[in-house]
Each structure stands twice: as structure tokens, then as C-alpha cells.
Write a protein of this length. Structure first.
Length: 201
């Protein structure tokens, strides 16, 4: 089963998962393969209910261009590709993990709508800005190294069109952001970004 959510009882989560979405078979297969092949690292994959939500958002916005920073084995990119007609620019530093993503994009028939950059998020943002893509993305999804989130957020603000959407994974960090005792680098980076976003008018 997928990860539990903060403050949601097991019963309610099960009910929600049973009623809120129908996971496409190709996404279920990707989830199963990621768990089987990558063990503990599979926890990095987004939950199926999150994928369903993101696909709905992308479709409802009629998104045409999406930037994803942190692709892993491709679940979130595939969920958004299946939910919309958008072209997705995906960025990740792992050739090994994204090889699985590429295979599933092909199998799902959406590979022609996903461009993968094997590079760090900052380099990809700079490259897109250099190519005149400022203001041209509908959605930017951030799900990579937490120390990079602040720069990815600032980059996303430049790349998004007016009314575009930034989606950021892990903002609650399993509840750690609300715990004053948690002062590791990742938690502090997420706390700082949450504070910064809250302070924006
Ligand atoms: C939490 S996983 C992404 C999960 C993915 N969104 C999904 O749906 O399965 C984080 C990914 O960020 C990648 N990553 C780490 N540092 C990065 C960086 N500097 N730039 C881009 N990606 C990075 C990792 O290789 C990893 O695949």
C-alpha cells in the first residue's frame, strides 16, 4: 500500500483510496516495478492519490507546458501526461532511475510529449530561461533535492505564465516542519520556503 497521510486514520485513507480515483493499470505497474526494483528508494515515488490529483489539475487547467524537477521513475510525469495534453519537460540527475521512466512513457504512448533533461534543476531552469521560455509554463512541479527547492521555486516563478501553478511536494515533510526540534538541513530548507511563500502578498 502507499504511504499514510498526516492526520488521516487508516480507515479513512483506505476509504479515500477506494473511492477517489481509479489508478490506470500502467501507473499501478510502474508503482509495483519501482517497489520491486528500488526497495527503500521507492518511498520517493508520489502516492497514487497524489498522481490522480495532479493529473486532474493538469487536465482542468488545460495545461500545455509543464516543468517537473525530480522525475525518479516517472510516476508524477506519467500521471500528468495521462491527465492532460501537456508537453512535459522533466529534469532529473539519475540516468538509472529515469531509464525506468522512459520505458513507461513509451509503453503508455506519451513519450513524444515528455522531454527529459538529465541535469540538475538549476541548470535546466537556466537553460529554459536562456531559450526564452520565461512566462511559458502552466505548471511547475518541484520534487527533488530539498536544498534546491528555494532556487527551483524562484525559477518556477519566472517560467510560469500569469496564473500558472507551482506544485511543491513534501512541504509538510511528514510533519517535521511543525516540529521546532527538527533542525536538519532538509527540514530547515522546507520551513524557510514555506515561510517565504506565506510572506508573499
Ligand atoms: C522524490 S524523487 C521524485 C519522485 C517523482 N516525482 C515520482 O513521481 O516518482 C526525487 C528525485 O530528484 C532527483 N534529484 C536529486 N537532486 C536533483 C537535482 N539537483 N536536480 C534534479 N533532480 C534531482 C533524484 O534523482 C530523484 O529521482
Amino acid at each position: 500500500m502507499s504511504k499514510t497521510s498526516i492526520g488521516l486514520s487508516g480507515n479513512v485513507l483506505s476509504y479515500y483510496q477506494a473511492h477517489a480515483y481509479n489508478e490506470p493499470a500502467i501507473l499501478a505497474e510502474l508503482r509495483t516495478e519501482t517497489t520491486a526494483k528500488l526497495g527503500g528508494n521507492a518511498a520517493m515515488q508520489i502516492a497514487p492519490e497524489q498522481g490522480a490529483f495532479m493529473g486532474i489539475i493538469a487536465g482542468a487547467m488545460n495545461a500545455r507546458a509543464i516543468l517537473e524537477i525530480g522525475t525518479f521513475t516517472g510516476y508524477s510525469s506519467l500521471a500528468m501526461a495521462l491527465g492532460s495534453e501537456a508537453h512535459i519537460h522533466a529534469a532529473d540527475v539519475s540516468e538509472e532511475w529515469t531509464a525506468i521512466a522512459r520505458r513507461y512513457w513509451t509503453k503508455a504512448g506519451v513519450a513524444d510529449r515528455i522531454t527529459l533533461s538529465l541535469a540538475g534543476g538549476n541548470a535546466v531552469i537556466e537553460d529554459l530561461l536562456g531559450k526564452g521560455r520565461a512566462g511559458s509554463f502552466d505548471i511547475c512541479f518541484i520534487d527533488a533535492d530539498k536544498s534546491g527547492y528555494d532556487a527551483y521555486y524562484e525559477g518556477a516563478l519566472k517560467l510560469l505564465r500569469p496564473g500558472g501553478l507551482v506544485m511543491i511536494d513534501n512541504v509538510l515533510w511528514d510533519g517535521d516542519v511543525a516540529d521546532p526540534e527538527k533542525r536538519d538541513a532538509d527540514t530547515l530548507a522546507l520551513k524557510a520556503l514555506n515561510d517565504k511563500i506565506k510572506a508573499r502578498p
